[in-house]
Design a protein around this ligand. Structure first.
Ligand SMILES: [Zn+2]
Ligand SMILES: [Zn+2]
Length: 332
């Protein structure tokens, strides 16, 4: 079954590349970049299939079991904007691009590391998993998810980074498309850090692609407006829509001693270990209780995080500069 799906995808990839991309490259005199274009076509198609499947499965679930029914919302809450972000980020395969672009730098850093006499960092070889790629891929998934947890902690904990990440939290009508509402600099930073760490510890391109697809799909699910309680054991194992909804809740998701709760991307064990977990969502869903509203507290006082893509990008940059200026003033 899986093999025939892979073959079907390879056929589609070949048809699209030979029928559309190759003639385009020839006409533009860019045949020297054929190899890169072939890879990009693959990532683009994976992104397109992913978006289509997510829509087919999650849109009916959002309609049938909504976590909240809210009015049309403000201009900054338009779902269409989030859909545009999704197409840009997923079809543009930002994370995989970062992996390819950073390869020479990360490999040079790894050589330097070895040159200083430090121990090898290729995790699969260290654990004797070189010939067990599926198990190695799972170990890498856990390690990269741990890195993702800490990236997310710093997105909330460092003021300058929060000024960008706030764009993600400013959506008050969460849907499956909300995951990709991010400042582009924020995306770039996260994707670059994850790609660099992955390359440094020996993740293969195919393993990284699996990590990217799994996290992207799961992040869309956890942002979806679905009010279904996961069974207790499952909610402890993987991040559920309720668990992440509390991360977006006003008063919970970006306030308190850790500047938020439920930071994990795939595995909530990190929140449990570092004492940032709020497990109450499944209980509240089961009791038909509403979860707190989502968004940022100061939006109620009229603070604007942008109406539409360009304004959100501009406001994120402006807030970033202001946060740096405040930091340098307080140092003087
Ligand atoms: Zn966050
Ligand atoms: Zn989120």
């Amino acid at each position: 079954m899986i093999e025939s799906l892979i073959n079907l995808f390879a056929e589609l990839h070949a048809i699209v590349f030979e029928g559309i991309v190759l003639p385009g490259l020839t006409a533009a005199g860019l045949l020297a970049h054929m190899e890169e274009a072939f890879d990009f076509t693959e990532w683009f198609l994976i992104g397109a299939i992913e978006v289509a499947l997510l829509a087919a499965i999650l849109l009916p679930l959002e309609r049938r079991f909504p976590a909240e029914r809210r009015g049309p919302g403000g201009l900054g809450d338009r779902v269409g904007t989030d859909f545009a972000y999704t197409l840009l980020h997923r079809l543009g395969a930002f994370a995989v691009f970062a992996f390819v672009l950073l390869e020479p730098i990360a490999l040079a850093a790894r050589d330097g590391w070895r040159g200083w006499g430090l121990p090898a960092v290729e995790i699969d070889a260290l654990l004797g998993l070189t010939y067990l790629p599926v198990i190695a891929a799972f170990v890498y998934l856990v390690i990269l998810d741990f890195v993702d947890y800490w990236i997310h902690r710093f997105q909330h904990g460092w003021n300058w980074w929060w000024s960008l990440h706030a764009i993600h939290h400013s959506q008050r009508r969460m849907t499956l498309w909300t995951d990709n509402r991010n400042h582009l600099v924020d995306d770039l930073l996260r994707d670059a850090i994850l790609a660099f760490v992955a390359l440094f510890i020996g993740v293969m391109p195919s393993q990284f692609l699996s990590f990217v697809v799994i996290t992207r799909v799961w992040q869309s699910l956890q942002h979806a407006n679905i009010g279904l309680a996961f069974p207790g054991w499952l909610a402890r194992l993987v991040v559920s829509p309720g668990f992440h909804r509390l991360h977006h809740a006003v008063g919970l998701g970006h306030e308190g001693p850790a500047r938020g709760v439920n930071f994990a991307v795939l595995f909530p064990i990190w929140d449990w270990l570092f004492r940032t977990a709020d497990w109450s969502a499944e209980r509240r869903f089961s009791a038909n209780e509403r979860l707190p509203e989502t968004g940022i507290r100061d939006q109620a006082q009229g603070v604007n995080y942008g109406h539409g893509f360009w304004q959100q990008q501009w406001i994120g940059l402006r807030n970033l500069c202001q946060s740096f200026m405040r930091a340098s003033k307080s140092e003087n």
